[in-house]
Design a protein around this ligand. Sequence first.
Ligand code: TEU
Length: 584
Amino acid sequence: EAARSWWKEATVYQVYPRSFADGDGDGVGDLAGLADRADYLADLGVDAVWLNPVYASPMADNGYDVADYRAVDDTFGSMADWRAVRDALHERDIRLVMDFVPNHTSDEHEWFQTSRRRGATADWYHWADGVDADTVAYDATDEGPDGEAPPNNWRSFFGGPAWAYDDEREQWYLHLFDPKQPDLDWSVPAVREAMYDQLRYWLDEGIDGFRLDVVNLLSKPDGYPNGDPDDPFNGALRLVPNGPRIHEYVAEMHDAVFAGRDLLTVGECIGETGVDEAARYVRPDGDGLAMIFHFDHVGIGRGEELWEREEWALTDLKAVFDRWQTGLEGRGWNSLYFNNHDQPRVVSRFGDDEEYRRESATCIATLLHTLRGTPYVYQGEELGMTNPTFESLAEFRDVETVRTVREAIEAGDIDSFEAVQEGVNAHSRDTSRTPMQWTSGPNAGFTAPDAEPWIRLHEDHRTVNVETQRTDTTSVWHYYRRLIDLREAHDVLVYGDYENHTPDDEQVWAYTRTLSETASRDAAHGRAFVALNWSGEAARVDPPSAFAGTEATLALCNYSESPSPATVTAYEARPWEARVYVME
Ligand code: TEU
């Protein structure tokens, strides 16, 4: 896939508005706060912003429960505030990608309210009758009429059954997430048309793309078959992803809405979405999305339970990236991410959040920005933020974390929060949702000094913040800025083919990028060699023979100040040292 695209060359910055910057001092981040920070984003050098949902919402899941797709929630401001953000970004050549939630609405959405009354949208959601509790092998809930169990045994992502009983309609509705997030029935043509209308509305407002929330859950398996009773994610994660009509729906969405516009469209694809399945979603031959988010790499080191941690090795991580880098070559485009609002901080996860925090943050960043694909930077990642230490369950705000832990306690699976505290602190979605750290002052400059932030601050905010790092040219922040510039300056880092030269090494990840001449704007920069020491010990790096002795520019190194000419030779890499050589 040699064709150039702005969204292949872009670095995307993800803004979780609730935690980014608070303009009105109520303790919750908002659009006015974001507009004020447009210069910050321009200084960092990012090309696009992915904005998490700001639509009208009762906020059962921080905006992923949308009550009106065409309105901005009061928490974040007004439509005028949103337009000010759009304009502030566009004036700085930063594009705007909106998060869109096609799989479910809020139960407070007018469509659902009308549906439960069997009005015009009666069949827009997944409604089903319950079953006789005596005839099924799973538990009835205390909801619903006596002796009646939900239609099947699926569990919701956030704990509990995936069905809730509605007293008004006297039927059950499907919710793969919270009960306040009923799933839409995409097999109903009017549902699809209604969603396309919402998407068009935002495109007409001049945005540059969409991140499509759990897009691969839209097509449910016929007849709602029961899943494995022992698997907590039996239906939602095992049976629903990439369902029977999914590619029909996504291709239709593309043709109806996206076709003919040059958009960044990225579909979140959860569950087992392998390379071949992914290729069906993306350009050029697939359904037409620009790229997808898969979960293969962020699943490493995690068990079934939220708090469960497993051993992992660098070779596991390499195997996943190698599979996607080579697997999509010529078939589609990769997204590159470690962090987002659902994932723990990568420095704590795959790096070293103590002694080599700066070095590991910059080393990991080097990987993401020198692989083939579009890198996504999540707010605070550019500071090398780490997971905070939550002291009690009361400090969490995330519906998934709170529900999962409470339920496990009630079911007797665990004794207390304390019993799983370390694991929850390692994996909770709130690990990355603490406020952005702007200054070393009160509330980290996120909100007014006397305001109460909606979620606690990370305990390290006085030392780790934008203000401090911008004055220090050796900081993680400055490294990100250089990395973003570097990728922009060298086509080989965007379009070059990837080859891993150390697939079996548990310490060193050394790979090359090679640009075939046809794809090159600047044939002088046709090759790159990247070597990462993914460890706190010294390690020997041997360049591949085709590169050894070659004249190159050491374009970036997380231990040195400025680019310099060099000959590529074997060297002893320092802990977490990252080097990027670019060759004439
Ligand atoms: O996430 C889907 C998703 O897979 C996660 O919520 C997942 O359940 C969790 O990370 C596992 O630990 C998307 C959004 O990114 C998320 O914020 C929403 O809560 C969810 O969809 C529902 O809209």
